[in-house]
Ligand binder design. Structure first.
Ligand code: NAP
Length: 597
């Protein structure tokens, strides 16, 4: 066991480093697909769940295994489908109108052939000869090779995400890895009954398929949170099943530690992610819920969970305490998320993604399944890196996001500051047409308001119209514009905006002084000059899109209300700035019509 644990730890650490190198190469453009891709891959917890559901352990284990199979297969099917839907949308200018070959025909042929050959071989091993024991050993060995190939395919899949060009092919490889791992596991020597496995796979496949095919792109954040909760629930259920199965015969320190970590991380990620999904879907109040002594209470609760877990490691037979710890972890996940504003949820989702990865990896340690350790480590690294990137782009620490209740804005201060800034010029779409007559370059700056108004198609139409008039159009994408990493990229790709027209903040900022118009559509904080000029501003230090350097600025929003940070934007009082007030979609439609006529 100790040698296995050592090997597992080596694998966990090395996979983490590998994940770091592969994931840091994923461009911000593909950060949202990365989230759903790691989500799909972490559904590999399915293989552990299949064994528990199909083995003859106990009725409780079969039930928990069945539930875990359903949760994990929902994630696998839904995750791969939605990732593919997103990736299909990313196209370059010259790729529009070209019908892509959906799959490489050779791959299409090779896939089933390879899987069938492997399955037949394994089946043969299980049945061959008189020596049942040695054939089972062979089958187990073959399964290990399946897993090695799958792990390589997962890593190649994530590597494909380093460019939109290879991303879909990469994901196809990862999906192949998943099919291989699942198909191989179905021949696991301990699986004796397929009834609940079949029901679980079918239910998960249907639910995941419906989610993956039907969920709108704007609902991707809540879908991601929901699938983290399903993955974490699967890990937790398997942890409980393993505890109950082994506690009577005795659990050693290592096994109890891994099971304890699995259920604690799994349970808190389950309720935390469920809360996050509820807030993002608008089912729960989005504003932070805070009370006096909240952080102290949460830290005490966490310390109690950790203390009880340590006690259990030395007294694993204390069954009641084990279930108390599960309950406390569920409560902690809930309490961890309630003080966080809905707008901060993306950082929390990325962190929960990372916890979900750790829960998966712990499940890998419990079942001593190396592929789960690898994917758990990759998932954990990806979530952790994304949350750090988001915090850095917002100039905030993860501690501040988790414990700062940032969404609480002091409205009176905001109003008072606004009055001192001067006057605002508003403009109508008809008046704007005169301005557009003489321009040669326009930089479009989309923000959260574009997503709220669902104005991406209007933006794309307007940009096309301007291009036909010989105007150079570029899009400026701030890393935290919107409410999730890569939010603007996905929406613009959905509206058929070629990704080579999208510029990152570092690329676009030097172009602003030459731009005739910076057209800001529902973006606020990411353009606020206070981030550069005002040391007292909560935004101070956050890198911004320097729209204030453009020759003229047009802002489309409904009012002078602040954005996510709750800070007034001095840009609107700049003499070069004109406000086109109204819903972004309606304003764009009016502007488009005025320009056409
Ligand atoms: P923002 O600062 O939140 O501002 C969005 C603006 O959109 C609002 O001021 C709002 O003004 C306007 N708006 C809302 N609905 C609209 C509609 N239907 N039509 C037109 N305008 C509308 O957005 P941002 O500039 O994109 O900045 C993103 C913020 O979110 C940053 O502070 C960032 O730190 C934070 N954040 C981002 C992420 C991420 O991963 N992307 C994660 C966490 C936090 P009106 O109400 O006046 O219309």
């Amino acid at each position: 066991m100790t040698t296995e644990l050592e090997i597992g730890l080596y694998i966990f650490i090395l996979a983490g480093f590998l994940g770091y190198h592969v994931i840091t190469r994923v461009p911000p453009l593909l950060h949202t697909p990365l989230m759903s891709a790691t989500n799909a891959i972490s559904g590999i917890s399915l293989i552990g769940s299949l064994v528990v559901a199909g083995a003859n352990y106990s009725r409780l284990s079969t039930t928990l295994g069945f539930l875990a199979v359903t949760c994990s297969s929902t994630n696998v099917v839904g995750g791969f489908l939605i990732t593919d839907r997103m990736l299909k949308m990313f196209k370059k200018r010259e790729e529009f109108g070209i019908q892509h070959r959906r799959f490489n025909p050779k791959l299409l042929l090779a896939l089933p052939v390879l899987i069938i050959v492997l399955l037949v071989l394994m089946h043969g091993f299980r049945r061959s000869g008189n020596d049942a024991e040695s054939s089972a050993v062979f089958a187990a060995a073959a399964l290990r090779y399946f897993y090695i190939v799958s792990a390589v395919l997962f890593i190649l899949g994530l590597k494909g995400l380093s460019s939109p060009k290879y991303a879909r092919k990469g994901m196809l490889l990862a999906a192949l890895g998943m099919v291989m791992a699942i198909a191989g596991t179905l021949f696991h020597p301990e699986i004796v009954n397929y009834r609940w496995i079949t029901v679980g796979l079918l239910t998960g496949g249907i639910v995941g398929g419906a989610m993956g095919l039907r969920i709108p792109m704007t609902a991707v954040p809540q879908r991601t949170a929901l699938s983290h909760s399903l993955g974490a629930l699967a890990a937790s259920l398997i942890g409980i099943s393993e505890y109950v199965r082994h506690v009577a015969v005795g659990l050693d320190h290592v096994k109890m530690t891994t099971i304890g970590l699995e259920v604690v991380i799994g349970s808190l990620t389950f309720t935390g992610s469920l809360m996050a999904a509820g807030k993002l879907q608008g089912l729960l109040p989005g504003s932070p819920i805070t009370y006096r002594g909240q952080n102290i209470f949460n830290i005490t609760l966490l310390a109690t969970v950790v203390g009880t877990l340590i006690y259990l490691v030395f007294a694993p037979a204390a069954i009641t305490l084990f279930f108390v710890i599960v309950g406390l972890a569920l409560l902690f996940g809930f309490l961890l998320v309630i003080p966080i504003g809905a707008a901060d949820m993306p950082v929390v989702i990325a962190l929960l993604n990372s916890y979900g990865g750790l829960a998966d990896a712990s499940m890998g340690f419990v079942l001593m399944n190396k592929i789960q350790i690898i994917t758990g480590s990759l998932d954990g690294t990806s979530g952790f890196l994304l949350s750090l990137l988001m915090c850095r782009a917002m100039n905030r620490s993860a501690m501040n996001v988790l414990f700062g209740a940032f969404g609480k804005i002091k409205k009176e201060e905001v109003g008072a500051a606004a009055e001192a800034m001067g006057t605002v010029r508003s403009i109508t779409p008809e008046e704007l047409t005169v301005l557009f007559d003489s321009v040669r370059s326009v930089i479009i700056v989309p923000g959260y308001g574009m997503a709220v108004a669902q104005a991406q198609h209007g933006v794309s139409e307007l940009a096309k119209l301007l291009s036909t008039r010989g105007i150079d159009v570029k899009y400026a994408i701030h890393p935290v514009a919107g409410r999730m990493p890569g939010h603007m990229n996905v929406l613009l790709a959905e509206a058929n905006v070629p990704y080579d027209q999208l510029y990152t903040m570092e690329q676009i900022n030097p172009y602003f002084p030459e731009a005739d118009i910076a057209l800001v559509i529902g973006a606020n904080d990411v353009t606020n000059p206070a981030a550069k000029n005002n040391r007292n501003s909560p935004l101070y230090g956050m890198p911004i899109l320097e729209v204030d350097r453009a020759k003229s600025i047009i802002v489309l929003k409904r009012s002078l209300r602040p954005g996510f940070a709750g800070v007034d934007n001095e840009l609107y009082y700049d003499p070069k700035c004109m406000m086109l007030f109204g819903d972004a979609k309606e304003s764009l439609n009016s502007l488009f019509a005025a320009l056409k006529s």
